[in-house]
Design a protein around this ligand. Structure first.
Ligand SMILES: C[S@@+](CC[C@H](N)C(=O)[O-])C[C@H]1O[C@@H](n2cnc3c(N)ncnc32)[C@H](O)[C@@H]1O
Length: 292
């Protein structure tokens, strides 16, 4: 595992974990501490193996990062994406992490332009390093994008040159394993941003663990949720109903969800044509713009 890939809050917790020793919730969750290099014997193996935070101890000594979960879930996700993504156009991937998904999906869908984004400079460096090695013509250079900060910097991406003055035209937004490892504001920002940039009918694809009707769907998800909340009380496995309600407030209609390996879901929303750009269609909250 490489500590650089972890969100800063988790990195800080990881350091606290190394001081606290083997009972640290972080050690139990990820199973390995990059500071003390101790492997916990109490690891929740199933969830750790699926955890997008877990990485190979043998990451190469360059900017490329590995996430074993991305390697495992990319093919099942690809099969769902094949049914969801349009025939052509621009796909914005939010929270692209290591870039391994971007590489895989850009290769799998050569008719699409794939724009990987992330707010973490280390993640951007990893994505760029993987992209340089692969040399895929439809994989665009990664961009710094925090879902909470609007407008998203995609207006001048390929196919959008004539849309800068109006609204950017993005055919699909993909976000894998982000909304539970970030404050709720990131989910709100994701919905607002996707609604802002997507063409009418364009899909927002989410992947990750979800609660259903206020309940966890598996003990491993419940343990994962507890470890996330112990790391940062603002994190946690989200309820699909809450996410769908927030999406609907931005004019994104829940189309379907698909059961995935390791108790995860693929969730597909579609941008309705009725939305007023920059405005919630339901509810009184202002857009969650973060200006700094
Ligand atoms: C667990 S990783 C998942 C990475 C990748 N999607 C995967 O499945 O391998 C979570 C990612 O969310 C990103 N992230 C956290 N907060 C975010 C935000 N507000 N907007 C966009 N991305 C965010 C982190 O930088 C990190 O790369």
């Amino acid at each position: 595992m490489n500590a650089n890939f972890m969100p800063r809050a988790l990195r800080a917790a990881e350091c606290r974990g190394s001081r606290l020793g083997r009972d640290s919730i972080i050690l139990r969750r990820v199973g390995y501490c990059p500071s003390c290099r101790r492997v916990t014997p109490a690891a929740n193996v199933a969830r750790i193996q699926e955890s997008p935070l877990a990485q190979d101890a043998a990451s190469p000594p360059d900017a490329r990062r590995h996430a074993p979960a991305a390697r495992r879930n990319r093919e099942p996700i690809s099969r769902v994406l094949a049914e969801v993504l349009p025939a052509a156009g621009l796909v914005v991937e939010v929270a692209a992490g290591t870039g391994e998904h971007a590489l895989h999906f850009a290769a799998a869908f050569p008719h699409l332009s794939w724009l990987p984004t992330d707010p973490d400079p280390d993640a951007l460096a990893s994505i760029a390093a993987w992209a340089a090695e692969a040399g895929l013509p439809n994989l665009l250079p990664p961009r710094l994008l925090d879902a909470r900060r609007h407008p998203w910097p995609v207006a001048d991406a390929v196919g959008n040159a004539d849309a800068v003055a109006t609204a950017p035209r993005v055919q699909a937004v993909v976000c894998i394993n982000m909304i539970h490892i970030a404050p709720w504001e990131a989910c709100v920002g994701l919905m607002a941003g996707a609604a802002e940039v997507l063409v009418p009918g364009g899909p927002l694809f989410l992947y990750g663990p979800f609660m259903r009707d206020g309940r966890h769907t598996a003990p491993s998800n419940e343990a994962f949720d507890a470890s996330l909340r112990a790391t940062d009380p603002r994190f946690g496995v989200r309820d699909l109903g809450d996410v769908a309600a927030e999406a609907a407030a931005w004019g994104l209609d829940l189309e379907r969800h698909v059961a995935m390996p390791a108790n995860n879901l693929s969730v597909v929303f579609r941008n309705s044509a009725e939305r007023i750009p920059g405005r919630r269609v339901r509810g009184a909250h202002a857009p969650p713009h973060v200006s700094s």
